[in-house]
Design a protein around this ligand. Structure first.
Ligand code: GUN
Ligand code: ZN
Length: 466
């Protein structure tokens, strides 16, 4: 049945880039969002302009609540569901060794893996994350549990088992032979890619090839994965990994990759140029369905190459604060033209909620040195957390905003469920300039949303939070 949802609508219309998102910002204080039987948006506009043909449709009145596109988390770790706030006394590589590899190894137990899948989906829904690129478990039974539960809850997801063919002792349970890594990945694609509808264009479930990072695999693994990707690229399979996250001199991730592979840049290892001197050794894993998390310490050439191949960044400032990874340079990264989406990186980050990621993005970028410091526009924040995420997943044509014909993924935010948010919306100072007042309200909303504020969550027009 057609449904009319009433509330204050915010979204980014059309296909803006991050820089022109302020001019694409739509704010409809007395808005109506109409969803047809197929879960598609058939109208988004002022309530006063609601076409007469929707007059008899079922109406859900969320006022004075807000309607926002569902949040898109383009980097989150399923096997770290129970590893939030892990204390390891160190940055990335120590934290992986001491906290994360042992935590992920616990999913070897199928019952534990099932509990993790249930909790993971529950936390996602509570956070209003309707679509996500999910870094998967090494264990096929755990991935089966994740895909099964995700389908049961009606969520969108791209995921793939985390591939590790080398690593420290603490990762022993997660490491497989080169041959098994390839076989298990190919089997996961055959089993789960578009398994819900049988058609990649309509599916909610998709599979990614996920080498954990270059230090968890070898040149041989990267070569084989490139060949595998060549054989499945046209089926809409994804690639996901980490890039340039930690640059502690000498012992950090970036230096270790450059030393191990003897390459000019970290990105080269994912771009088929993983042989010493960045010589070509295989085919590239980059493209419109590739998302690389962090990208804090990129060379200009790396940013340019990501932009030219349509590879997206998952920006994870909460995690970068938690793990002492530094700050992705906002202006320089935006200037390269690469698409920048948002990731919690849970449990690298200690938040499940994309608006908390956007809030920390605002805080870290205003703190960048001198000319680099920037006050993000709230439309840019909303863009990064919604439409840019859909673009990173190469599904911008399907969701990410409220343009007519798109699948209706949205969240209902009820400020009264979070008194601090309600008060800043009701009692905060607003400019006499209408655009500024609009921006102030959106900023207050994005900074003030907590899990408690999210009243309802919809994917393809269906409620998933009940
Ligand atoms: N690099 C390799 N593995 C990981 C991980 O699990 N989390 C983060 N933040 N970075 C990584
Ligand atoms: Zn991560």
């Amino acid at each position: 049945m057609t449904q009319v949802h009433l509330g204050h609508v915010f979204h980014l219309a059309g296909r803006p880039g991050v820089a022109d998102s302020p001019s694409a910002l739509v704010s409809l204080p007395d808005g109506a969002l109409v969803i047809d039987d197929d879960g598609r948006i058939v109208f988004c506009g002022d309530r006063g302009r609601l076409p007469a043909r929707f007059g008899s449709a079922e109406t859900v009145d969320h006022r004075p609540g807000f309607l926002l596109p569902g949040f898109v988390d383009t980097h989150i770790h399923f096997p770290q569901t129970f590893a939030g706030d892990s204390y390891g006394g160190g940055q990335l590589l120590e934290w992986l060794d001491q906290c994360i590899f042992p935590a992920e190894s616990r999913l070897a137990d199928p019952e534990f893996a099932h509990q993790a899948a249930v909790e993971f989906c529950e936390r996602r829904i509570a956070a209003g994350t309707t679509a996500a690129m999910v870094f998967g478990s090494a264990f096929p039974h755990a991935q089966d549990a994740l895909f099964t539960e995700t389908r049961r809850r009606g969520l969108r997801m791209v995921s793939g088992r985390g591939i590790q063919t080398v690593g420290p002792d603490s990762a022993a349970a997660l490491i497989t032979s080169e041959e098994d890594a390839l076989r298990l990945t190919a089997e996961e694609i055959d089993r789960w890619h578009a398994a819900d509808t049988g058609d990649v264009a309509t599916a909610l479930l998709h599979v990614a090839i996920v080498p954990r990072f270059s230090l968890s695999v070898t040149a041989e693994t990267l070569k084989s994965l490139g060949e595998l990707y060549d054989s499945v690229r046209d089926r809409g399979v994804y690639v996901h990994s980490h890039l340039n996250e930690n640059n502690r001199p000498g012992t950090g991730e970036v230096d270790s990759v450059l030393q191990t592979y003897q390459v000019d840049s970290y990105l080269d290892t994912y771009d088929g140029k993983f042989l010493p001197g960045s010589q070509v050794g295989g085919t590239s894993l980059l493209g419109r369905r590739t998302i690389l998390a962090h990208c804090v310490h990129c060379q200009d050439a790396e940013l340019q190459r990501m932009a030219e191949t349509g590879t997206s960044i998952s920006h994870c400032p909460v995690s970068q604060l938690f793990l002492g990874s530094g700050t992705m340079p906002w202006r320089r990264t935006v200037a390269s033209g690469v698409n920048i989406s948002a990731g919690t990186d849970f449990a690298g980050g200690d938040e499940w909620l994309i608006p908390r990621v956007l809030g920390d993005a605002f805080k870290v970028h205003i703190n960048e040195a001198d000319e680099a410091g920037v006050s993000m526009h709230p439309a840019e924040m909303l863009f990064v957390g919604t439409l840019a995420g859909a673009r990173a997943l190469d599904m911008e044509d399907r969701f990410g905003n409220f343009d007519g014909g798109k699948e209706a993924d949205f969240v209902v935010v009820d400020p009264s469920r979070t008194p601090a948010l309600a008060n800043s919306i009701l009692r905060g100072v607003r400019s006499s300039d209408a655009d500024m007042a609009r921006d102030q309200t959106l900023f207050a909303l994005l900074m003030g949303i907590r899990e408690s504020s999210i009243a309802q969550v919809y994917v393809q027009g269906r409620r998933v939070d009940e």
